[in-house]
Design a protein around this ligand. Structure first.
Ligand code: MN
Length: 298
């Protein structure tokens, strides 16, 4: 197998909600998308102080799916379709924004531990204005892969297919080891991939990475060697490269500036349906777009 060397990319620090520190792997100026995965946030692991938790007030989304993978802790999702759903460890919440949805996200208990990944998937142009929907997936396929416990979050692997409904060819796998482990993951040569560390360190295709950094693999690779000496956890995400340019701005994914401006105007004028009540956090105010020329890319 000959393959192009992976790109090593540093995540950056950011804040979500009132004061929850996270690291953001995508979008990055070196790279905007991996397949249709267009936003990769890693939250925690964190032990919140007594009385503190994650509280993200009502905010809108268009043109994307938010994909929440819960590792530790419990979070309540409430949305403008009337859904209220607690997501627990080992579960995925998948919210398809399509033409528009708003939601809140709150720790179920303050003072608890939390560890999660929140990922966004850009919808293809043909589906980007679909009716919004939300689903909680309480159980996902698992497999033993060379000492790693693998959970299939999206797509197909290990002879299994994840139940999560996505709109383009994608893969998402969570890999956990409690001790030394070695695995070779078969890859699709038409996919590009990201390996993102969540805990510990691992050697991925011979590159050692730790939380806060990730590796990008261009298409053309048919396998990925992953090894760790100790407890570790990482995500392997992949998909066929995007063939459409998108604009990602605030919580919105669109094809044009006009579409972003229309969604902002709708949010600011209160034209989104109200989010089911219960969050303790304030409704988010959209940043101003005054004079900003947004750039489409992939
Ligand atoms: Mn959101």
């Amino acid at each position: 197998m000959s393959a192009i060397a992976p790109e090593r990319i540093a995540s950056r620090a950011a804040i979500v909600g009132e004061d929850t520190r996270i690291t953001r792997a995508l979008p990055h100026r070196q790279r905007r998308t991996v397949g249709a995965w267009c936003f990769l946030d890693h939250l925690g692991p964190v032990q919140f102080a007594p009385g503190a938790g994650m509280h993200v007030g009502a905010h809108p989304h268009i043109g994307l799916q938010t994909f929440t993978w819960m590792i530790e802790g419990d979070v309540v999702h409430r949305d403008s379709l009337g859904n209220e759903q607690v997501i627990r460890p080992g579960q995925v919440n998948l919210m398809t924004a399509g033409r528009g949805i708003a939601h809140t996200e709150d720790s179920l208990h303050d003072g608890a531990r939390m560890h999660a990944a929140q990922l966004w998937i850009a919808l293809p142009e043909s589906e980007c204005r679909c009716e919004p929907w939300f689903e909680n997936y309480p159980q996902l396929p698992t497999a033993d892969v060379g000492g790693f416990r693998a959970t299939l979050l999206a797509g197909s692997a290990f002879g299994q297919t994840a139940p999560t409904r996505v709109y383009s060819p994608l893969l998402g796998i969570d890999l956990v080891a409690d001790d030394a482990a070695t695995a070779t993951l078969p890859l699709r040569t038409d996919f590009e991939y990201a390996a993102m560390m969540l805990r510990g360190t691992a050697s991925v295709a011979g590159e050692t990475i730790a939380p806060g950094e990730w590796l990008y693999f261009a298409p053309g690779r048919d396998a990925l060697d992953i090894a760790s000496d100790a407890a570790t956890q990482l995500l392997v995400l992949g998909g066929t490269p995007m063939h459409e340019d998108i604009i990602i701005w605030w919580n919105l994914v669109a094809r044009s500036q006009a579409e972003i401006e229309a969604a902002l105007a709708d949010w600011n004028a209160g034209r989104f349906a109200p989010v089911r009540a219960g969050s303790t956090a304030e409704r988010l105010v959209a940043p101003s777009l005054d004079g900003v020329q947004l750039r489409a890319g992939r």
